[in-house]
Ligand binder design. Sequence first.
Ligand code: GLU
Length: 449
Amino acid sequence: MSFQMTESLETIYQEIIRKNPGETEFHQAVREVLESLGPVLVKYPEFLQNKIIRRICEPERQIIFRVPWVDDRGEVHINRGFRVEFNSALGPYKGGLRFHPSVYLGIIKFLGFEQIFKNALTGLPIGGGKGGSDFDPKGKSDAEVMRFCQSFMTELYRHIGEHTDVPAGDIGVGGREIGYLFGQYKRITNRYEMGVLTGKGMAYGGSLVRTEATGYGAVFFVDEMLKVNKQSFEGKTCTVSGSGNVAIYTIEKIHQLGGKVVAISDSDGVIVHEKGIHLQTVQQLKEIERRRIKDYADIHKDAKYIPKGNIWEIPCQVAMPSATQNEINGKDAEKLVKNGCIAVGEGANMPTTPEGVRVFQTAKIAYGPGKATNAGGVATSALEMQQNASRDSWTFEYTEKRLAKIMSNIHQVCYETAEEFGAPGDYVVGANIAGFVKVAKAMLAMGLI
Ligand code: GLU
């Protein structure tokens, strides 16, 4: 359910479209939040008087820069780099870097906007930001990726810092890239500032569980939604789109909880393995050899590869979109519901189109939006910052317990907020309102910022 937008919310939304032309993903992310806020403005008229919504929708700072680099053959390339420092009411800007050819300002702004509320929901002291580049890491050598990262950081370093802005990974940015970025930051600044980046390797200040955190956290969140309906993952058939970091650790945790993942994908096609996806094979192919998922079917002869296939046509009880934005449209959502899907947990950011969300909500299935469901990644980044600040490192077991507790708190806060505002079971309303109110109250307390 979304509430009818009141005239003033509609006016604000139209103004945002006008001021940010062509940034369709950003418009979509803003609209989804504004559609939840009607009853909030009734309870807190001071938010409207102080123009809090307009202020939240305008990033505090937007940085766009040139990233020149040379490939292995000596050819020069120019990419565009971004860092959008969206909101620092709750803490230093925090959010990942995405390296993907589809990146432009509209993508970074939608991600940064979502990040504000996601980070607020974690209950940890982190503001919202996002960055990245239209650089395509696919097919690049390690040396090319290193040169690109060094060039990217040569501009970015002046904008970030452990108390200012703390980037991490997202699509196309994992442990390898964070290592190169950290090395260059250290070299330029002559400071061993551990807390400036998260997702670091264990050899130099990383946190255990950070690698697994987004996937594990998403499964913990869905588990909480299932518990409300006296269900669990035990014996459930699941599909997980994507085959990157989020997908891999989503599969691992689902299998640990007794569910079975029967399909995964990449941008070329879908692998269906009725016996259950063999995780080590996926890890070997994707994490170590950086190959395509198609090769899975050469290793497991009983698995089927569907080139250009649509994973949402594969029947499942739990679907976990963990690839990218707008990967489930209205038709896909209808197909999922028709095939008996009872829960959807978004490991990716905004993977369901507004039409798709409407289908899930009309069917009253448990639907966990990304900003709540996938908050475990950034939450564990905040735990990494905490360990860095105290020059400590925690055990895997302890860190995972902290993550599980954070996810159950997020679930509870979303669930209770949805009830309070008259939309029981609606995690979209719960997440948007709970995240927004926390940030809005902090902003009000700090005066006109
Ligand atoms: N990119 C992740 C996200 O979308 C993690 C960000 C971080 O750890 O700062 O939340």
